[in-house]
Design a protein around this ligand. Sequence first.
Ligand SMILES: Cc1cc2nc3c(=O)[nH]c(=O)nc-3n(C[C@H](O)[C@H](O)[C@H](O)COP(=O)(O)OP(=O)(O)OC[C@H]3O[C@@H](n4cnc5c(N)ncnc54)[C@H](O)[C@@H]3O)c2cc1C
Length: 432
Amino acid sequence: MKYIIQEHSILGGKLPKHQKIKVIGAGISGLMAGFYLKKRGYDFEIIEQSQRTGGLLGTQQLKEGLVESGANGFIWCRELQEVADDLGLKLMTPDQSAKKRFLVRNKKLYRYPLNTMESLNMTAKAIWPHRQKLETAADFGDTYFGKAFTNHLLGPGLAGIYAANPEQLSFPGALSRIAKIMNQSDLLPLALFKNRSENSKNPNAAKGRAGTHSFAGGMEDLVAALTKHLEPYLSYETDGLDLKAAKENLLITIPAYHSKHFFKGSLFQMLDQVQYTPLISSTFFFKREDLADFQNGFGCLIPRTEGLVTLGILFNSCIFPNRSTSDDLLSLTCILRDDSPNLDLIESSDEAIEALIVKELDQLFKLRGKPVNRVLKRWPKAIPVYSPELYHNWFEMDRLLKADYPNRHLFGNYTGEISVRAICQAASKIGL
Ligand SMILES: Cc1cc2nc3c(=O)[nH]c(=O)nc-3n(C[C@H](O)[C@H](O)[C@H](O)COP(=O)(O)OP(=O)(O)OC[C@H]3O[C@@H](n4cnc5c(N)ncnc54)[C@H](O)[C@@H]3O)c2cc1C
């Protein structure tokens, strides 16, 4: 059984080199595309609806420290290093104290949350060949490692990236690197061995710096530097949807629920079907002494079985010490998912959300005092769900674009890559 792995997350044909390209949207997808269009000598313009660039990315400076509205950082890659070098930006590496990553079980933090029986069961399953088709990430976890692995390791790990449950996520869509490895053999140890020996022969295999990176002034440093670099090409407060009927080449980098208006028929429907998870990103500052059970680390991920609303907590001031302005202050970012049918959580008052988070933090760290400050950012449509349906539609959307809309291209966090790192890697292929 072979999984088809998407090669390019910019959907549609090759971007034409000798005609003007209009990039719609100046989030990180539009900005990264602009960076490489400029680098490779294309004629282009970027059209942004709002007064600012960056989309989901943005950094606010409080007297207690930095607050990110979306991404807090990115995993290092050669391409982002190249972008940073060209823009004269210095990457910030994570502090040593951020090495430990935790998973929550029974409201306690563990580096490894499985017991001996669960670990033995996991090993026994992993060494056995499995031939059934794996549609979802949960199918993969349950089949190759067992339910305890899916519930306590894979589920929270994937929620930390995709903010969705493993049952909702496509196996080859959300775990494409593992699916690619599994294409080598149904026997996991053999597939891993083959992959390892192939990588060792590949001189271009990525070897780099580990861990989450960012910039001294937060992700806004990247947005601001890209914006300055692309200033002559940027138009603000312009609705890209005005180009719905245009014959020009469009690279559409806005969310699927807006991009759909450029199309009719099946393409409209496939874009309309992309689901987005509602999230709240909340950053809290506490006096360090007020969290009795706190331990230094990168953060903790929380399985849904814990019955908490918080999906995960980043220990910002451990990862990048300048995220709080004083050693006595801890900065924590809690990501909450609103699973209510009518966005009841997102629509509740700041006070109600704060009370809920404080209650959950108390369960995990035993609070002895109130937060010094906090910022809440609501995202009713935060992150696209990498569902089996979306995975199948990537190939169909690509085919339809090439056949029926040769001058339109789709690129964004729903077209195959969700992270800042992978969006940059996809954009770096423009013009190659
Ligand atoms: C809470 C949260 C935490 C995250 N954490 C991380 C992390 O730690 N690391 C990581 O790598 N990723 C993280 N992500 C994911 C990552 O931030 C996003 O996937 C990425 O920023 C999406 O960028 P984008 O450009 O595709 O879309 P967007 O940021 O949504 O940008 C779209 C742009 O298009 C503009 N636009 C919309 N409509 C129009 C129109 N009609 N005409 C013109 N312009 C228009 C918008 O104003 C916006 O500027 C996080 C996301 C969230 C929500």
